[in-house]
Design a protein around this ligand. Sequence first.
Ligand SMILES: Nc1nc2c(ncn2[C@@H]2O[C@H](COP(=O)(O)OP(=O)(O)OP(=O)(O)O)[C@@H](O)[C@H]2O)c(=O)[nH]1
Length: 293
Amino acid sequence: MSKFGALIMGPAGAGKTTFCSALINHLRNNRRSCFYVNLDPAAEEFVHEPDLDIKDLISLEDVMEEMGLGPNGGLIYCFEFLLENLDFLTEALDPLTEEYLIIIDMPGQIELYTHIPILPTLVKHLTRTGALDINLCAAYLLEATFVVDKAKFFAGTLSAMSAMIMLEVPHVNILSKMDLVKGQIGKRELKRFLDPDETLLDDEAEEAGEEDDGSGAPRDTQSVMRGSSFKKLNKAVAGLIDSFSMVSYLKLDVQDEDSVGAVLSYIDESIQYHEAQEPKDPLDETNMDEEAE
Ligand SMILES: Nc1nc2c(ncn2[C@@H]2O[C@H](COP(=O)(O)OP(=O)(O)OP(=O)(O)O)[C@@H](O)[C@H]2O)c(=O)[nH]1
């Protein structure tokens, strides 16, 4: 039985829960079924009550109190506990049919998406044939106003790219809170970032090189990306992002039903495309015959 899901990720406050809520409204308005999973053990307020909530398994508050851990250590403990108790997910998700879109709301701690191996293990359980076998699309949210700053744009893009490389599932980048991008100037600025290439950063580095006072010391986040001593690093980072061809973002305004619908269509298409491309089972004799021919 095919299953379909969207894993909603991104830094703290990027608008993940708000997007989940807009998605649920949109699906309901279009008579589609969804199953909402909250995997943030610290989340408290929801517009739509989750159908499955990690807090029914373990809560961050309890972990911090009982284990004497801080919020980040506590979150990692909660996820390790979840990985030891995957039946919690399996029992709830296994009976779902292909009619459902499973929406999984993730926590915002950035380390989950960058270097610790917890998320890949979880995603493997969700997607693996023989386990839950969900056709999953990862949606990574970044705030639109946050990225109209080169340093933050490249930092955010690198974190999105790190999640994409770690998880190996279809991946969609989303610029959230588009309603906060004001006026023509804001929109024009943003446009430069929506389909950027290496020269976006390169131009800036050239300009900065002329202004450089020679100290090489960064004054603020902008100058970290501008200082001439960082020029080569900037170029290398921009080249890396460019060569992965992944710096494309969908614009999301949760107050606009069409915008939510467009993002959902993209997620649907990414899932379906990936499903169609799934490698054939190498042990399937029919496939072996075809290859021999
Ligand atoms: N103006 C505006 N505010 C938004 C939008 N989406 C979310 N917010 C606000 O941003 C704040 C964070 O939104 P959440 O949806 O809780 O973000 P989150 O990514 O789930 O946050 P964490 O779970 O803490 O990581 C809240 O105050 C929201 O009301 C949006 O599209 N536009």
